[in-house]
Design a protein around this ligand. Structure first.
Ligand SMILES: Nc1ncnc2c1ncn2[C@@H]1O[C@H](COP(=O)(O)OP(=O)(O)OP(=O)(O)O)[C@@H](O)[C@H]1O
Length: 285
């Protein structure tokens, strides 16, 4: 369904973030992207929906060559790819329901969305999704009145209301406690199975990747150094991906320290309505 071929990314600073990436994601498969800090995981995820421009290579979603698109065609193609962020990227002063409906922005147009005049079928779908993610009791709550886990559930519902084929997920559990992290990963897994969605998840927590992904791709210095099943992740392979470490001791407390957000307040990574709201309040929280 999604095929990356020979994808490279060199930033204007000269940093070579990705080299010759070859990757094919079938429908319904959950792929965990692991690797040390700076390996290129976020860059790879953002190249897929062109938030970051690949320097060369091909990225195809079904029959569409994404790297050739611009303007309206690119916006249309992006509807098929929904993003879920580490810091949720919600508009705090809007309600849970309004945040979810903002996921329809690419379909209904900016002004209709800004004026909150969504078609009835979108509202019905948003209700259904909020019930599915366990938030039907909190529709009218402001986003800033929610816990981290609840905020991520809103982020998931907002992604799904977009009716995507593919989920691009950037460190979904990095700000959450271990139990909530597992609940969120389980929910993502169930929803992907229900909708036959492909997902690619940038995740630092190897234990979660092992438990919830169908496939693990290991990146190191911008190159794929492992592509296989979660149960193939031996100490030797972890060393190939991350470098030398005592992995057997590490297994007793596998949770890495949360890494800091790069997405929360960057207007380029927000939906236009979020960015507008952020500009009007001077904040994204
Ligand atoms: N906007 C940018 N401008 C210049 N270089 C960048 C930019 N973003 C990332 N890089 C560089 O590209 C490389 C890959 O970074 P990237 O953020 O994709 O890695 P990552 O695996 O997601 O890291 P982390 O796990 O710490 O989030 C790094 O060398 C980084 O310094």
């Amino acid at each position: 369904m999604l095929t990356l071929s020979g994808v490279c990314k060199r930033y204007p600073t000269g940093d070579r973030a990705l080299s010759d990436i070859e990757l094919s994601l079938p429908r319904g498969q959950i792929t965990a992207l692991i690797g040390p800090s700076g390996a290129g995981k976020s860059t790879l995820i953002r190249c897929i929906n062109r938030l970051v421009e690949p320097t060369s290579g091909s990225i195809r979603l079904d029959d569409t060559e994404l790297t050739r698109l611009s303007g309206r065609e690119l916006r249309r193609a992006r509807r098929a790819m929904a993003m879920i962020f580490q810091e949720y990227a919600l508009v705090d002063r809007l309600s849970v329901m309004e945040n979810v409906l903002s996921g329809r922005l690419g379909h209904v147009g900016f002004w209709r969305s800004f004026l909150r005049r969504y078609p009835a079928k979108d509202v019905t779908e948003a209700f259904r999704l909020l019930e599915r993610v366990g938030l039907s009791h909190a529709l009218d709550k402001r986003a800033d009145a929610l816990s981290g886990g609840q905020r991520q559930r809103v982020g998931i519902a907002r992604a799904l209301v977009q009716s995507p084929q593919l989920l691009l997920i950037d460190e979904p559990t990095a700000s959450l406690d271990p139990k909530t992290s597992r609940q969120i990963m389980r929910l993502i897994r169930e929803l992907c199975a229900e909708r036959r969605l492909a997902a690619i998840i940038n995740i630092h927590d190897v234990a979660l990747a092992r438990q919830f992904a169908d496939r693990v791709v290991g990146l190191r210095a911008g190159r794929i150094v492992f592509d296989g099943k979660p149960d193939e992740l031996s100490a030797e392979i972890l060393t190939t991906i991350y470098g030398e470490e005592d992995w057997d001791t590490q297994a007793d407390h596998e949770r890495d320290a949360p890494s800091k957000s790069k997405t929360q307040s960057h207007p380029a990574l927000m939906s236009p309505i979020s960015a507008l709201a952020a500009l009007s309040t001077g904040s994204t929280r």
